[in-house]
Ligand binder design. Structure first.
Ligand SMILES: Nc1ncnc2c1ncn2[C@@H]1O[C@H](COP(=O)(O)OP(=O)(O)OP(=O)(O)O)[C@@H](O)[C@H]1O
Ligand SMILES: [Mg+2]
Length: 317
């Protein structure tokens, strides 16, 4: 018999389900009815009451991706049915499942609030960058999304908070402010799950738990409905990628959004298909509210001639 698949590579529930589908193929592709029969047989032997036995459709659902709250007991019962009761292999899968569920739980821990956190004051320098970002965020008639990109520690969050405070001061008094740390570059824990961030945002907007829908799409729809026309400011710090950010954008030209990321997030709405300038290899920031331009890092040595770094603000929105 070929060696059973090692599920240890799975890091997300969808990857785990992908491994489970491969395991089913490895086991000769038994039908869902057959797997259900084996699970019932195991549970009868284990003395579990008939009322607990899973329906065929429940077993079938174990192989479907996109599930956020799977029943670990049931998944392991399916594994056991596929590997013929080989407990050493089941133990491997149990360990993998614990890892995946632990990651999911960590990703669901969200740091978000309805105000801007205190930041370094005053911001040193960056006055032209701050003005350009503020202008892009307050310009009328276009999606107002500004992305500050750059290497670790170049000052993205500091600039974002400084600009956000200025934008918030110009916003209508009742306009909500939403801030979240997305942990896109946190070394020890997974990036924040956008569905969990939306849940927190919705609660901050006054939605009670029983009215928060299930799933990222439904939550994003309600979130956008609530923000529409309010002039809300959304600040998303340390984004992992465009996929994480997209559901969290207010999607309303009246609501500015400010994002920071160590990575390039060109797929965001408002960012051009290709940059107007090639990216320099060293730390830089980009504004993606329609056009983008590189900004020299404070660590970039001044150009020859001794003058300080400058950039062409006429390119910016
Ligand atoms: N213009 C500035 N004025 C004053 N302090 C600054 C400025 N830029 C950065 N700093 C300080 O430098 C440190 C790093 O800045 P910051 O956290 O904003 O960087 P970052 O690019 O967001 O880093 P990371 O990629 O790790 O999130 C902070 O202690 C911050 O207070
Ligand atoms: Mg930061």
């Amino acid at each position: 018999m070929p060696q059973v698949l090692d599920p240890g590579e799975a890091r997300t529930m969808d990857e785990f389900i992908g491994e489970l589908r491969l395991l089913k193929a490895w086991a000769g592709g038994p039908s869902i009815t057959e797997i259900t029969r084996r699970v019932h047989q195991d549970w009868r032997r284990a003395g579990r009451p008939r009322t607990e036995w899973p329906a065929r459709s429940t077993i079938g659902n174990c192989f479907l991706p996109g599930r956020r709250r799977p029943n670990p007991d049931l998944l392991l019962a399916v594994v056991r049915a596929l590997v013929g009761g080989d407990e050493a292999t089941v133990a491997l899968w149990r360990q993998a499942l614990r890892t995946v569920l632990g990651q999911a739980e960590a990703a669901a821990r969200v740091r978000a609030c309805d105000r801007l956190p205190a930041g370094p004051t005053p911001l040193l320098g960056r006055t032209r960058a701050a003005s350009a970002a503020e202008a892009a965020l307050t310009a009328a008639g276009r999606p107002r999304v500004v992305v500050l990109e750059g290497a670790a520690g170049v000052g993205k969050t500091s600039l974002a908070l400084h600009v956000a405070r200025r934008v918030a001061a110009r916003s209508p008094a009742a306009a909500p402010v939403l801030f979240a740390r997305l942990r896109g570059s946190a070394p020890a824990c997974p990036a924040a799950d956008p569905a969990a961030v939306l849940e927190t945002f919705l609660r901050l907007l006054g939605v009670t738990g029983d009215r928060i829908p299930y799933g990222v799409t439904a939550r994003a729809t309600l979130y956008r409905q609530l923000l529409a026309g309010t002039g809300a400011l959304v600040v998303l710090d340390d984004a992992a990628d465009a996929e994480q950010v997209r559901p969290l954008l207010p999607g309303d030209p009246a609501c500015p959004a400010l994002v920071t990321s160590r990575r390039q997030t060109r797929a965001l709405p408002g960012a051009p298909a290709s940059p107007s300038n090639p990216c320099p290899p060293k730390p830089r920031w980009h504004f993606c509210g329609g056009r983008r331009a590189p900004i020299p890092s404070p660590r970039t040595p001044p150009p020859s001639g001794g003058s300080p770094p400058t950039w062409d603000t006429s390119r910016w929105p």
